[in-house]
Design a protein around this ligand. Structure first.
Ligand code: ADP
Length: 241
């Protein structure tokens, strides 16, 4: 579903942020991307839907080369849900309008149809009663759950999460992880950058460990947590304990 072939990216001449990344994500899989701060995790996930350009290599999503000149970026972004650390809800719109905007504008869905779907999605994230609320009236955890519902409204085959709980107060992390867990293994392909290693252990099919832009490990969680191959990953896990 997603493939990286020898992907390289620099920020300026000095900083190589992705170093020859080659890996694949199968349809319906959950991949958790972890690694030290500054290792390139956010950059990597943002290259998939071209929020970041790459310098060389190839990224393919569902058979389409995403960084090709001919790639249709709008279509790509319609097919890939993206959940940001800071939620990025439209502040001047109600929860309902946040969720229905893209299906109405980009898919031509009628307002009643889009609203019916939004209510189902809000029920799925446990926030039916917030349809008329504005983002400023929501907690961080509620905002992130709305952002997830908004992504799902386009029925994307892929959803990417960039540190979805790192801007939240600790007591709200669990409610957001529970929603993400509920989506896992329902057919949607998921990649999640996170420091929540309990979540990785419980939910991931595979864990990718990135260090200085190099993908050092691509392993099943059982292997990664009990027997990381690379010393850098061993140190990373030891530091978490
Ligand atoms: P992570 O998500 O693992 O913390 P990032 O992908 O955010 O890592 O960043 C990797 C490195 O690239 C860091 O050294 C960061 O400072 C640098 N970086 C990130 N974005 C930019 C940018 N737009 N311009 C220059 N350097 C950047």
């Amino acid at each position: 579903m997603i493939s990286f072939e020898n992907v390289n990216k620099w920020y300026g001449p000095e900083l190589q942020v992705l170093n020859d990344v080659t890996a694949e994500v199968n349809k319906g899989e959950v991949v958790v991307l972890c690694g030290p701060s500054g290792s390139g995790k956010t950059t990597l996930i943002r290259t998939i839907n071209r929020l970041e350009p790459i310098n060389s290599g190839k990224i393919t999503v569902n058979g389409q080369e995403t960084h090709a000149k001919s790639a249709n970026v709008n279509r790509l972004r319609r097919e890939i849900g993206f959940v940001f650390q800071q939620f990025n809800l439209f502040p001047h719109m109600s929860v309902m309008d946040n969720i229905t905007l893209a299906p109405r504008k980009l898919k031509g869905m009628s307002r009643p149809e889009a609203e019916e779907k939004a209510l189902k999605l809000l029920a799925r994230v446990g926030l039916e009663e917030k349809a008329g609320a504005y983002p400023s009236q929501l907690s961080g955890g509620q905002s992130q759950r709305v952002a997830i519902a908004r992504s799902l409204a386009m029925d994307p085959p892929i959803i990417l999460f960039d540190e979805p709980t790192s801007a939240l107060d600790p007591e709200m992390v669990g409610e957001v992880l529970a929603v993400i867990k509920g989506l896992a293994h329902t057919g949607i392909t998921m990649m999640c950058v996170t420091h929540e290693m309990g979540f990785a252990r419980d939910v991931a099919d595979r864990v990718w460990f990135l260090d200085k832009g190099v993908l050092l490990e691509d392993a099943k969680p059982g292997e990664f947590f009990s027997n990381p191959k690379h010393p850098r990953a061993q140190r990373f896990l030891a530091d978490l304990r």
